[in-house]
Design a protein around this ligand. Structure first.
Ligand SMILES: [Zn+2]
Length: 81
């Protein structure tokens, strides 16, 4: 399924112009009490939702912006937040 994403600066563009940046995971964990295992979990473990998830994308072949958007992983269609 063709992916189309909406860059906040450039508008709707072909998905080939973008680089996937990963799932939105919320705020970075506090350093106090952090262990190497908890940091590794935050960086590398993903929820891999079936359905709509919030994600980071980079407009690699465009304006160079990072932005977040919602995508349905079952249809590959961008969704309203
Ligand atoms: Zn852009």
């Amino acid at each position: 399924m063709a992916l189309t994403l909406t860059c906040p600066i450039c508008g709707k563009r072909n998905g080939y112009e973008f680089r996937y940046g990963g799932e939105e995971k919320g705020p970075r964990p506090e350093e106090a009490g952090m262990t190497p295992e908890s940091w590794c979990d935050y960086v590398h473990m993903n929820e891999c939702k079936t359905g709509v998830q919030e994600e980071w994308w980079f407009h690699r072949d465009g304006c160079g912006s990072w932005f977040k958007t919602f995508r349905d992983t079952t249809t590959n269609l961008e969704q309203e937040g």
